[in-house]
Design a binder for this molecule. Sequence first.
Ligand code: MTE
Ligand code: CO
Length: 424
Amino acid sequence: MTDKTNSKTPGLSRRSLLKAGFAAGAVAGTAGAARAAGDPLITEIQDWNRYLGDGVQARPYGTPSEYEAHVVRRDVEWLTASTESSVNFTPLHELDGIITPNGLCFERHHGGIADINPADHRLMINGLVDSPLVFTMEDLKRFPRENRVYFLECAANSGMEWRGSQLNGCQYTHGMVHCVMYTGVPLKLILEEAGLKTNAKWVMPEGADASAMTRSIPMEKALDDCLVAFKMNGEALRPEQGYPLRLVVPGWEGNMWVKWLRRIEVGDEPWHQREETSKYTDLLENGKARRFTWVMDPKSVITSPSPQAPITHGKGPMVISGVAWSGNGRIKRVDVSLDGGRNWKTARLDGPSLSKAMHRFYLDIDWDGSDMLIQSRAMDEHGFFQPTKNELRAARGENSIYHNNGIQTWYVKADGMVENVEVS
Ligand code: MTE
Ligand code: CO
């Protein structure tokens, strides 16, 4: 039988989609209809239908289906000299919604993953406070706590793409980001417990790992929305993410979110640590470097189709999907272009819209099977939007690595394969 469902009518009706679903078990036009005729997966009883499956407790801690084994974090071996000071990437092209599963959150370590027994972990508050304090994990869990969903993006995300397209897949170009619900104690409460001196203007979190990561954070931010977090997506932090304690610095560059948090020093000026002088600064065309560029500006990427998620179903109805986020607050709008930025359509935002969290967008199209240059452009509630890569380079020069929020282009070919290109 032939079905007219996938004709060129732009506004594909829900009723015709359902009809196709019944007829073919798929919204795949004539190919699907042909399958329905004698598909043994429909006409014959399968083993999983015939025999009992595993009982409860076969997997005391659940893991994904074996058929999802390809959905993993991945690294790029040549990027760094050792795996202890390296990065792997979130498989954005395989995910949906706004929450990153714990086991898929990208990892960035400067000295490997610290292995800490929570019973042996301490958090010290010292410096310009009335009474220096040391907390156990148990102490921290007696403070009032909050649950907040935030994205974390490494300042170096997309850094390889600054001068031109490089890596073939959004996992590699944009995968140094994740979005998680944290449970933790507002840093404000902990600082107030120690009592801030009148000249207390900065805090310096320090990690208990071999890199002893340290950064200077202005007091306004520390008292605003920072959390000392011990849970992610409801369960204990993963070792890779700083178990048993990490700092959450909403909307600001990932480097400041100190993992394995062991100490917070309070001071009257910044400390000018390595990670805020030789690293995590932006070298401009005139040889000067921008410093203390904390906020992660609005950014988005189409996750499907993308080089690792080509179109395999041919022309017809399809979903363009992606994520957007801004360190300034909520995402207000995402536009999608199919022709390299000449024309734009407003995408549909779906799911919760939370400040400084990831947002999911979709554009449902009827693909005519011709080449496309697909792009997305995010705008946040304060009117900040993503620049083209040329605009970015005009403003900040060719030498930068960090804070690349330029518009990404994917070249979708007629055969459905997708490549990383630049048109701006
Ligand atoms: N904290 C410590 N103690 N050690 C580190 O190496 N890396 C930082 C930050 N906090 C790091 C750290 C960097 S550069 C980033 S981008 C984030 O942690 C990465 O967090 P994730 O591994 O949970 O994704
Ligand atoms: Co980082």
